[in-house]
Design a protein around this ligand. Structure first.
Ligand code: ADP
Length: 443
């Protein structure tokens, strides 16, 4: 990052509302006087956003008024030897502390300790956290939007566990740990799947016996919904148009990647399925496959179907295709540049798959007004965008190669005369969760 960008980032982190600044700099314990309403006027809240995995917990404390991140961090290796918390206050350096974290409750305790620490903290007490927003991976068909979490709702979320056995139980552990430590603080759950619940049957049903859907709810759910929602709304704002008039294709291209068709503000199709394995070729995930491949490889290699699925999740994608070079697009680009044939093929295959999905979604919506790139690769990787660009030119996208070199900022890549606007919009799932949390708590 250049020096001026670093300064402007620091400034952005610190230019919260007056109340935020008071909190950051005065350190006075009696500051927290305002909650949700003051003389009937709604005021700002501090929202703790939690994204809990089986052995990790990511957090951000966001002020709802300024939408600034006051502090953020990560607890890693929870329940494993060598656990640590990495905490970063606004504008400050990252501080890593190696502390034993036998469970998530201990991790949440440490997060609160860091947030209220006299040196690296940004609030004076737990009392200054007004709400907690939790990312929850799978809401099945039960949740088409965010919810305030209570015992009843948590019991329903638990019923979705078998649809996301690696993620949902971890999300629930995080929620329960927060409830234990902050019993009076309202909590909201924001689901990765909720935004896609508007998909019509023709998009979410697989060509399988209907009984599997009826008995086990085997269908396409889709993920990254918070991001697809956030980015499509922002695209409409930037275009100065009502989202209800727009057909938008969002390409969320990170380590995990998915494309969605957002017609008039609603998801009508998306590339991930029952699990986040379907669809695009990703960092380490295979994406779409002929399902017969699973048993074929299992037989040939003398391994179980579960082991093949594990390989499809963790050792495939551009990592597998490149012969193990990397799942990171920066390394792949460097390797391709240095003449590594497999790395070049991995990048070409990746771009081709995204291009095919875009074509499919143009058909699904009978047109498209805007195509948006987001997440790590979509926001930063000119080479991947150029690869994809090869398959969307027929739409009249007119991508400007100079603008395509820009990284990590909102930009329109297509020229003014383009029939379809191609844009880069950085996603911000934590901010989207904080906004949802505030909306529900205020309700
Ligand atoms: P996830 O949230 O799914 O873990 P991200 O959205 O953070 O993933 O995306 C990670 C990917 O983004 C990395 O594999 C890397 O290839 C790519 N990426 C991130 N920053 C850059 C950059 N500056 N230039 C090129 N690629 C980048």
């Amino acid at each position: 990052m250049c020096a001026s960008a670093a300064v402007s980032l620091r400034r952005r982190w610190f230019t919260g509302g007056a109340r935020t600044k008071r909190r950051l700099f005065s350190g006075h314990p009696g500051i927290r006087s305002i909650k949700i309403k003051s003389k009937g006027v709604e005021v700002e809240m501090n929202v703790l956003v939690i994204n809990c995995g089986s052995s990790s917990l990511k957090y951000q404390l966001i002020n709802s008024d300024s939408e600034e991140v006051l502090a953020k961090g990560l607890c890693e290796r929870i329940g494993i030897d060598g656990s640590a918390i990495v905490h970063q206050p606004a504008g400050g350096e990252k501080v890593k502390s190696e502390i034993d974290m036998p469970n998530h409750t201990k991790a949440v305790q440490l997060v609160i300790e860091k947030l209220t620490d006299p040196q690296v903290g940004v609030i004076t007490s737990l009392e200054e956290i007004d709400a907690v927003g939790h990312r929850i991976v799978h809401g099945g068909e039960r949740f088409a939007g965010s919810v305030v979490l209570d015992d009843e709702v948590l019991a329903v979320i638990e019923q979705c566990n078998d649809l996301a056995p690696l993620h949902n139980p971890a999300n629930l552990i995080g929620i329960n740990s927060c409830r234990e430590i902050m019993p009076d603080v309202p909590m909201v759950g924001v689901f990765d799947t909720a935004f896609h619940q508007t998909m019509p049957k023709k998009a979410y049903l697989y060509g399988l016996p209907l009984s599997y859907y009826e008995k086990y709810k085997v269908r396409r759910y889709g993920f990254h919904g918070t991001s697809h929602d956030f980015v499509s709304k922002r695209a409409a704002e930037l275009l100065g148009r009502d989202i209800k008039d727009l057909k938008i294709i969002v390409c969320h291209l990170g380590n995990g990647a998915s494309v969605s068709a957002v017609q008039y503000g609603e998801s009508v199709d998306t590339s991930m399925g029952l699990t986040p394995l379907e669809g695009l070729i990703m960092g380490t995930r295979s994406g779409d496959l002929d399902p017969a491949i699973v048993t074929f490889i299992a037989q040939k290699e003398g391994i179980s179907a579960e082991e093949v699925i594990n390989i499809c999740n963790k050792k495939s994608g551009v990592l597998g295709l490149s012969g193990g070079v990397s799942s990171d697009f920066r390394d792949l680009g460097d390797a391709a540049q240095a003449g590594n044939e497999a790395a070049r093929t991995a990048l070409e295959t990746y771009g081709y798959r995204v291009g095919k999905y875009i074509g499919a979604y143009v058909a699904a919506m009978n047109g498209v007004d805007a195509i948006v790139f987001t997440a790590g690769v979509g926001e930063n990787n000119a080479q991947a965008r150029a690869e994809i660009g090869k398959y969307i030119g027929y739409l009249g996208t007119n991508i400007d190669p100079e603008k395509n070199k820009l990284r990590g900022e909102e930009v329109i890549l297509s020229d003014e005369g383009a029939k379809v606007t191609v844009m880069v919009i950085p996603t911000n799932e934590e901010l989207a969760i904080a906004r949802e949390t505030v909306r529900l708590v205020k309700q």
